[in-house]
Design a protein around this ligand. Structure first.
Ligand code: NDP
Length: 275
């Protein structure tokens, strides 16, 4: 059974998707990366996350190639750079991204992190893009609680994509409750901490109990609430298959307690961490 999460606009997606940072950078790995993204789609990992920043468009172009002919299966997430996120710059960035992606629409378009252009201008541009059908919905990324508070309550915000995994639990204290109060799900980036969690002994113990890998336990933990969508990046078919299988792992109270001992939940508010 695949657990899904609903955005405020009613669209549902599986709680596990695919990240693409650094994909497309190495020509020698391109074919395998494309095959990996397609294998992920075959396994139901429909959410594909990219950004104009990644490789200066190389990731978007690779994603475009990977989803060619199967656009309707994909829930495409892209991000505008804060430096481009003026009223007019956001529209132009989106048009460039659509060309790189070789598609006519982005399913969810995010402001990559808070920047210096007035947020109201970025939101107005997002709304124009929605009206023109170039973007289905919009959200933000790397927004902490106070930045989230600056977004009007009646705005059509769909998500805040933030750093979250067992070693980065800060959002549990205040950001996730603030999102929940608005009915907005979070997206967790770097759910395997870019590979740095792979050698963790506590996660390895839990993994052994489930006949699973550390990466799978990190993912199962990250998506455990049903309110958080994780977007691990895999560049081999073996890794994306393992990641999809994490959807079937149910962590029990003992597992969660063991992970809490190794990675204590936050006791006070802390500034949102970023990578
Ligand atoms: P991840 O936490 O997803 O870690 C990626 C690393 O984990 C890679 O080295 C990958 O290896 C490895 N890995 C993946 N699956 C497995 C597996 N089953 N077993 C063992 N190792 C595995 O890091 P990312 O930083 O890439 O984060 C994920 C995505 O989140 C990004 O790709 C990007 O789309 C998004 N992101 C967004 C940010 C934002 O500011 N909004 C910031 C950072 C990321 P291999 O490549 O060899 O498969």
């Amino acid at each position: 059974m695949t657990i899904t999460l609903s955005f405020p606009d009613g669209r549902s997606v599986p709680v596990l998707g695919q990240g693409t940072w650094n994909m497309g950078d190495d020509r020698g790995r391109r074919d395998e990366e494309i095959a990996t993204l397609r294998a992920g789609l075959d396994l139901g990992l429909r959410v594909v996350d990219t950004a104009e920043m990644y490789g200066g468009g190389r990731s978007e172009r690779l994603v475009g190639e990977a989803i060619a002919g199967r656009r309707d299966e994909v829930f495409l997430v892209d991000k505008v750079l804060p430096s481009n996120a003026s009223r007019r710059g956001t529209i132009e960035a989106c048009e460039r991204s659509l060309a790189a992606l070789a598609t006519d629409r982005i399913d969810l378009y995010l402001l990559h992190w808070p920047g210096s252009h007035p947020l109201s201008d970025t939101i107005e541009a997002f709304e124009e893009l929605v009206e023109r059908g170039l973007v289905r919905s919009w959200g933000v990324s790397n927004f902490d609680v106070d930045e989230l508070d600056a977004i009007p309550r009646d705005a059509a915000l769909q998500t805040d994509q933030v750093l979250y995994n067992p070693s980065r639990r800060g959002p549990e204290f205040d950001l996730f409750p603030a999102l929940k109060a608005r009915g907005v799900p979070a997206m967790a980036y770097s759910p395997i901490e870019q590979g740095r969690l792979l050698g963790d002994a506590a996660l390895a113990d839990v993994a052994a109990r489930h006949d699973a890998t550390v990466a799978q336990i990190a993912l199962a933990w990250t998506i455990r609430s049903g309110d958080v969508l994780a977007i691990p990046k895999a560049s081999s078919v073996a890794h994306v298959e393992a990641n999809a299988a994490a959807l079937d792992i149910r962590l029990d109270a003992d597992d969660l307690a063991a992970i809490d001992r190794a990675f204590p939940p936050p006791r006070r508010a802390q500034p949102l961490e970023v990578i």
